[in-house]
Design a protein around this ligand. Structure first.
Ligand code: HXC
Length: 257
């Protein structure tokens, strides 16, 4: 597929997707969402790709869903097309997915970043759910994911006032894993992605799935799920190789098996 709103490249065993609608600060219109879902799905299905990085421009990761595209829609339009439900596909990605956020991550942009496994923020990053200023509320998971990530008080304040938070506040609140100078954001994200991609991909996928259970279930069920998946790892080549390499004081050679 020839993409018009995103740039897609492979760097070693890492897939890099750059949102590229500079004229609209990477606002997520229907075409961009379709292309993004296609590109993420293609990398996800590729066994040679061990991690995916999603980024935007220095000024904007994404300034939200495309307001101009949404503005004329009726209730029946959005109900019938099931607006934004397809974006859930991003959160269902099995391959680890990192959001590298520089500049604005607002509305659907913040929601997209939160669908990734973790967010690395440039020191100029700004996060917000300003939908209330448009007479709506977050509609791509923001009311749920932001609340789980930063807690009720801050999520409620963000969603009700629409104010933005800067990178320091986002890090303090647990929304981002860490902050890096904006000029080093992509390099740091690629470094983290390469480190992940060099591990065993099935083990990384199982780890991701298990951490995500924490958001879907009770503590005792989550721990039970962890134990079952942990035990199953002993049926893999890569567990044998990883532990043997440690005892032999050498680097492991994972086979993704
Ligand atoms: C469509 C957008 C856009 C958006 C920016 N643009 N954000 N177009 N949808 N979400 C366009 C502008 O119209 C403008 O195009 C160009 O991008 C540059 O933006 P400016 O506003 O001129 O830039 P600046 O003054 O630097 O301000 C940056 C900004 C501002 C603070 C990020 O653009 C802004 O507030 N954007 C909207 C943020 C927002 O409300 N996001 C939530 C969307 S709703 P032109 O052609 O005029 O130059 C959402 C809902 C999800 O995500 C699901 C629930 C329904």
């Amino acid at each position: 597929m020839a993409y018009e709103t995103i740039l897609v490249e492979t760097r070693g065993n890492v897939g890099l997707i750059t949102l590229n609608r500079p004229e609209a600060l990477n606002a997520l219109n229907n075409q961009l969402l379709d292309e993004l879902i296609e590109a993420v799905g293609t990398f996800d299905a590729d066994p040679a790709i061990g991690c995916i990085v999603l980024t935007g421009s220095e000024k904007a990761f994404a300034a939200g869903a495309d307001i101009k595209e949404m503005q004329p829609k009726s209730y029946m339009d959005v109900f019938k097309e099931d607006l934004f439900t397809k974006a859930d596909r991003i959160a269902e990605t099995r391959t680890p997915l990192i959001a590298a956020v520089s500049g604005y991550a607002l509305g659907g942009g913040c929601e997209l970043a939160m669908m990734c496994d973790f967010i690395l923020a440039g020191d100029n990053a700004k996060f917000g759910q300003p939908e209330i200023n448009l007479g709506v509320m977050p509609g791509i998971g923001g009311t749920q994911r932001l609340t789980r990530l930063v807690g009720k008080s801050k999520a409620m304040e963000m969603c009700l006032t629409g104010r933005m938070m800067n990178a320091e506040e986002a890090e303090r609140a647990g929304l981002v894993s860490r902050i890096v100078p904006k000029g080093e954001l992509l390099e740091e994200a690629m470094k983290a992605a390469s480190a992940i991609a060099d591990k065993s991909l099935p083990i990384a996928m199982m780890t991701k799935e298990t951490v995500n259970r924490a958001y879907e279930t009770t503590l005792s069920e989550g721990v039970r799920f962890e134990r079952r998946v942990f035990h199953s790892m002993f049926a893999t080549h890569d567990q044998k190789e990883g532990m043997t390499a440690f005892t032999e004081k050498r680097e492991p050679k994972f086979k993704d098996e």
